[in-house]
Design a protein around this ligand. Sequence first.
Ligand code: AMP
Ligand code: GLY
Length: 420
Amino acid sequence: MNILILGGGGREHALAWAIQQNPKCDRLIVAPGNAGIAQMAECAALNIEDGGAVATFAEENAISFVVIGPEAPLAAGVADRLEAAGIPCFGPSQAAAALEASKSFTKEVCDACGAPTAAWARFTEAGPAKEYIRARGAPIVVKADGLAAGKGVIVAMDETTALAAIDDMFGGEFGAAGAEVVIEEFMEGEEASFFVLCDGENVLPVGTAQDHKRVGEGDTGPNTGGMGAYSPAPVLTDAIAEKAMAEIIRPTVAEMARRGTPYKGVLYAGFMIKDGQPRLVEYNVRFGDPECQVLMMRLGAQVLDLLLACAEGRLDSAQVNWADDHAITVVMAAKGYPGSYEKGSVIGGLGDVPENSMSMVFHAGTKEVDGKITANGGRVLNVTARGATLREARDRAYAMVERIDWPGGFYRRDIGWRAL
Ligand code: AMP
Ligand code: GLY
């Protein structure tokens, strides 16, 4: 079959790598792709948030399955447009994508189905929001309701920071995303991510992971899109995963179906775990980036069969074949990230890094210029490895990092420290 993947980051490189290993995949196109993806699949220029353009492209190229990587095309209704055109696709409808696109929507769904999460309130004006903060006190969490590229959450350890966040949000710092603000109880505990496939009714867990959001070693400094990840997440034990399925995931999926907006695609749940009890921090309606890279490394070619079963409503008879192993990914980013950084620095040594079922360098922001791979974004490479233990996977990944010659980049040396 001919398959189209939408997106051009490390997540989509990892999806392409896994999908292409499946014999069902005859031709693979990734739009827009990146320099790493271009070494293994066709890349196409396409406005991936324009559902009409995506459907036309799919028809012209006899595409029989579209996999949507990032949240923006999902929130823009690209899955709905493909469904209307009769083109099978992996990813939720615009209505179901509200689980990521609107924090207050998610909180309403949790309340309706009794899923444990932080106490919350919603505001459209600064005055009452500040009153609420003063009444509750710090620590407290202030969130822009809409999509803000992962930057719309302020975890305020004191009241002054929380009040300033209210001014920023209603002052337009996050654009339309901040027109509505959600204020939440601060939850303590350890965070972990849980990934399940849903076909509207059936739910299939496909792995756990932990990422490293802060830019600096020891989890310090500003937040980023993620500086590294590993799977599985030991804190998310089987017992806690079962509890999460029973108390959070299944009730959410049932509530979405009850509302007439069944959830189809991957549901990425962020949990806060304390004393054996998971509570929902947030949902995302796509694979995490870089969490996807470690999941793909562990799942391999079967991913295509799972995504097809998900899109075709056959998850009740699908199963995951697990290798009892560990995977880790180390993000190499451009110096300056997540602040301002330069593009265009040349990355050498990639040809010396072994690429096989145990080790892969997935490209995030790269571009080929005159035959050389150059940095073209903040997060640039995802150096990913598998091993029988997390330690073995980590040592393999850092040995790969050592071979990469990129003076313009940096990375954290402590990925996996919590689990190790
Ligand atoms: P989100 O974009 O909702 O994932 O929030 C980003 C990060 O903020 C999360 O990964 C948590 O580390 C933190 N966070 C969000 N909500 C809460 C909360 N209610 N309590 C504690 N930390 C939170
Ligand atoms: N790594 C966090 C995310 O994909 O949202």
